[in-house]
Design a protein around this ligand. Structure first.
Ligand code: GLN
Length: 235
């Protein structure tokens, strides 16, 4: 039997927008295929339990990101080696920002990220709040949908590429129409919602990257109806 190990990073600090729903989606969609799943919640002070197949880090407020920035950088070398051996990462909003080089909030010091993505974030004067639709190059999921709530504006560099372009909403920075980021198997997005329940095919894409094989399709009629109803929906 395949076993999938999911590391949920700092859920006690970064889960203000219900991003824990992404963990539930990954877990259930794997179990529905007969995959044994272990989810390890990793909070400040916890002993790290070695390698995982998927790491998830959710969104949160600037204040909580300060502590998470410190904690993540204690494990920067290990997380970089995990990225380079092909582990899957998904960071949402505040968690996404800390997978880059840094997040400079409107007030206070620059919060250092762990540079798994070649990206940086600077707080803007506007707060981006609302529905998001992203046009992707993924034939299995030409659109991704979610909800954004951030003041950070993220800029991508080098080999870190967006996961798509916004057709509704602001995306990474409200200027270059990009949304999200990917480098190797590290993904970031500003889409809350939760993100994966609304984008089941993308959830399966991450699972297949993590287990290293194609998965049998599920009966996603309800999930796909929910997904499709949100495409191009401005509010
Ligand atoms: N505090 C960060 C910002 O405002 C991230 C917010 C979030 O995770 N939704 O950009």
């Amino acid at each position: 039997m395949i076993k999938l190990r999911i590391g949920h990073l700092y859920p006690k600090l970064l889960n203000i927008y219900g991003d824990g729903g992404n963990i539930i989606t990954l877990k259930k969609r794997a179990e529905w295929r007969g995959i044994e799943v272990e989810v390890h919640e990793i909070n400040p002070g916890d002993v790290w339990l070695g390698e995982h197949d998927i790491y998830f880090i959710g969104g949160g407020q600037d204040q909580q990101q300060i502590q998470v920035s410190y904690e993540l950088n204690r494990h920067k070398e290990f997380m970089t080696s995990e990225r380079d051996r092909g582990a899957v990462f998904l960071g949402i909003c505040g968690g996404y920002q800390l997978l880059g080089h840094y997040y400079l909030p409107a007030e206070g010091d620059k919060l250092m990220g762990i540079s798994l993505l070649d990206a940086f974030t600077i707080a803007g004067k506007r707060r981006f709040i609302g529905n998001v639709t992203v046009k992707t190059e993924y034939d299995f999921s030409p659109y991704l949908v979610g909800f954004e709530n951030h003041s950070g504006q993220t800029y991508l560099q080098g080999d870190t590429k967006p996961i798509g372009n916004v057709v509704v909403g602001n995306g990474n920075n409200g200027q270059d129409i990009t949304e999200g980021a990917r480098y190797k198997n590290v993904f970031g997005t500003y889409m809350h919602g939760s993100f994966l329940p609304k984008n089941p095919k993308f959830a399966d894409y991450l699972l297949e990257l993590a287990v290293g094989q194609k998965l049998e399709p599920l009966d996603d009629k309800i999930e796909n109806n929910a997904h499709d109803a949100l495409i191009n929906k401005p509010y």
